[in-house]
Design a protein around this ligand. Structure first.
Ligand code: ZN
Ligand code: ZN
Length: 217
């Protein structure tokens, strides 16, 4: 990983803000874009709102409203980085609404929804970065100065200008009950966790070997 930290050349007064992602976040994400940092800030604010720390284990959930086949979903990497509610820990479930918003839920502390204000999105869309994106240029191929211009601008926007915040007192979520039980598929011999085992001719099998169509849950 490259250690030439080019952004640090730019002396930004907000650079040390707790809402600005650390350099490793950009390395993890893969490129410099404005949406990962916005998601990072959203995640930090949601933790503060709910009065909780970054999640170490499995006790906090995020429901991003992004879908598929649309831009600006980079936000969700920033949310994961800030909150520790990661895809791999099964703490994140997309709603597929195709919106730039997310609900943050802690079983004891409740739920809050953050969404990006349309006016903020419109204003940000005027930056040259998005002219490149609309021509199909990938973020890593966009000149760094162009990317930093919109990122730095976003850092300067106050929280109230960027986010709408709504408490969701009625929000409920029960994660599926966890189990360590597993068995080997009688056809391919690979381990399968129990909720995904199927029966075929009286034998336990995995979903691909079962011949059934893919099951969502
Ligand atoms: Zn990105
Ligand atoms: Zn199998």
């Amino acid at each position: 990983m490259s250690k030439d930290n080019k952004l640090s050349v730019k002396k930004d007064k907000n650079k040390d803000s707790q809402y600005v992602p650390p350099e490793w976040a950009f390395e993890f994400h893969g490129h410099r874009c404005p949406f990962m940092p916005i998601g990072y800030r959203m995640g930090k604010l949601a933790l503060e709102y709910l009065g909780i720390e970054r999640e170490k284990d499995h006790g906090f959930f995020v429901f991003p409203e992004i879908g598929e086949g649309h831009p600006q979903t980079c936000m969700v990497d920033g949310i994961q980085i800030a909150t520790g509610a990661t895809y791999g820990k099964l703490l994140m479930e997309k709603t597929f609404y195709g919106k730039l918003a997310a609900t943050f839920y802690h079983p004891q502390k409740g739920a809050v929804r953050y969404s990006l204000k349309p006016d903020f999105i419109d204003e940000m869309g005027k930056f040259e970065f998005f002219a490149y994106r609309k021509r199909g240029v990938e973020p890593s191929q966009i000149p760094e100065s162009v990317a930093n211009e919109v990122i730095d601008w976003s850092y300067e926007q106050p929280h109230e200008k960027v986010f709408d915040v709504t408490k969701r007192p009625d929000f409920k979520f029960s994660p599926p009950k966890g189990s360590f039980n597993k068995a080997k598929c009688s056809i391919c011999g690979e381990y399968v966790f129990e909720r995904y085992l199927r029966q075929k001719d009286g034998q336990l099998v995995c979903i691909p070997c079962s011949g059934y169509e893919k099951n969502k849950k």
